[in-house]
Design a protein. Structure first.
Length: 312
């Protein structure tokens, strides 16, 4: 059955029937707006969009995978502010010949990823479009803490990373070359493993700045350096390159550090901390904040790509 056959409201009924409601949802889908509790009295909010052919391909990823990716991209932004995600709003622009089953499985992925952090899909909108587009807005609760922003890094701070880096970029390259293995890398691209709990944890530890690595480690830390008016130097030896990534890089004639330093779809979290803070195992130190401007690797400018630019 196509979405045209199901009709707008039939499709909405099918999709919303697959979505649960978490503890923060006071009123879910079905009215003009949802109602979500905000105990902190402040709401962290972020939005992101995925366009078919630009951000995902249906022949590379299942609908459930795409749902996970769409939710993760937004939930990671909330975690990067030091907040706990509470709700998602999803707008779908879909071709009329899209199968209803695909939309239902997309909803499954969105709901399952949100459930990882206790959040829920609480509403959204649908429209027909020749290009399949998924726009997601995430809301979050700061829990009484100040948001961790990009402008707080200071010389002497350490730079630390939570989560995987380079895996999804490697998976994208593998898929773009027509391969489907190594599975570790391909699955990392299809469905990221985001260190959600590390965001609020970093806030409690006194992180001075934080960012979701969505466009590339160097590119995103460059935003921190610019906003904080500091320099950042990374240590290449701080990154562990798994055997599968190293082997794939060798087979494809690519420097694996291009994936690690320029890849971002893993949605790792990068943060700066005062040097005296004892970091838990979730975080590993990868560099330091220095006087000056810009990013360096092992004390030298990096000559490769810093990351993704949507308009380049």
């Amino acid at each position: 059955m196509s979405v045209a056959s199901a009709g707008e409201f039939g499709l909405i009924a099918r999709v919303t029937a697959r979505l649960g409601s978490g503890a923060t949802v006071l009123l879910g889908p079905g009215d003009d707006a949802a109602v979500v509790s905000a105990p902190d009295a402040r709401v962290a909010a972020s939005t992101d969009v995925l366009v078919e052919g630009r951000h995902f391909r249906r022949d590379w990823s299942s609908a459930t995978d795409v749902g996970h990716r769409a939710a993760a991209a937004n939930l990671a932004d909330i975690a990067a502010m030091g907040a706990v995600p509470t709700a998602l709003l999803v707008a779908l622009c879909i071709p009329t010949d899209l199968e209803v089953r695909w939309a239902e499985e997309l909803a499954d992925g969105l709901g399952a990823e949100a459930a990882l952090v206790g959040a829920s899909v609480v509403g959204g909108d649908m429209s027909s479009s020749p290009t399949l587009t998924i726009a997601v807005t995430a809301l979050g609760d700061l829990g009484g803490r100040a948001p961790v922003v990009r402008s707080g890094a200071r010389p002497g701070d350490v730079v630390a990373l939570a989560g995987r880096i380079g895996y999804a970029a490697a998976g994208y390259t593998v898929l773009s070359r027509g391969f489907r293995t190594p599975k570790l890398l391909v699955e990392a691209y299809r469905r990221p493993e985001v260190p959600y709990r590390a965001g609020p944890q970093a806030a409690r530890l006194g992180a001075t700045s934080m960012i979701d690595v969505s466009d590339g480690l160097l590119a995103d830390l460059g935003h921190v350096a610019s906003a904080s008016e500091v320099g950042i130097d990374l240590r290449s030896g701080a990154f562990e390159i798994p055997a599968q990534m190293r082997d794939a890089a060798h087979a494809l004639g690519i420097d694996p550090y291009a994936w690690v330093l320029g890849g971002g779809d893993d949605h790792a979290l990068a943060a700066t901390f005062p040097a005296q803070v004892a970091l838990p195992d979730d975080w590993r130190v990868i560099g330091r904040v220095v006087d000056g401007t810009g990013l360096t690797v092992d004390g030298k400018p990096y000559k490769g790509s810093a990351g993704w630019d949507h308009f380049r």
